[in-house]
Design a protein. Sequence first.
Length: 212
Amino acid sequence: MNKKAQADIIAAVLIIIIAISLAATAYMWGIPLIQKRQDMAIVERVYSSFDKNNANSLTRKIEFIANNGGEDTFTLDVNGIWILYPADSQGESNSIYFTFRSRASNLATNINWIPLSSANTNPTATVGIDDPSVVFGRADSSEGAYNITYKLWFRQLNGTDRNYLIKLLPRNPGYPNRSTAKTIRISRGEIKQDPQDPTGKLIITEIKILFG
């Protein structure tokens, strides 16, 4: 074999080695980027599920049923954990949490709760000015990814003659208030004057929550 043929073979082998190296590098950098883009799409979907501007969000569905009655279902096809903190429970109360894990985040990390729907986060607000609910989000870094949680919390609205509160309650009190289900069933319970309110002005609207 002459020297030119040997040189051609060596050049071909070098080209193959370089091509394999470039492909491996592209794979190592490209796959994580694709995964992060996929996770960001999930993050945006979860955010939209709590956004009041979305007619199919959990927020809008609960408020619509509170105002109009009836029953509806909400579905979020994302792996995560739902927690219901019923009204009058100790600690966190009258709120629904959803926590999921992601390699991407649209929230500032490790700074506790961030109000997303209203700057007014007072426990009581004003009828006709403020919303009955506030959405919060938080992202906590954990082992190269994030544990992201959204919280939908309902508070009392005060008016001139009447005050109003949407109360979240379990539809079946014997069922656990924690679930990995992807569907929530929402229905309206009683609308009544709060017997514990000394002013006699507080009107309670019960919203019953069932996971699965």
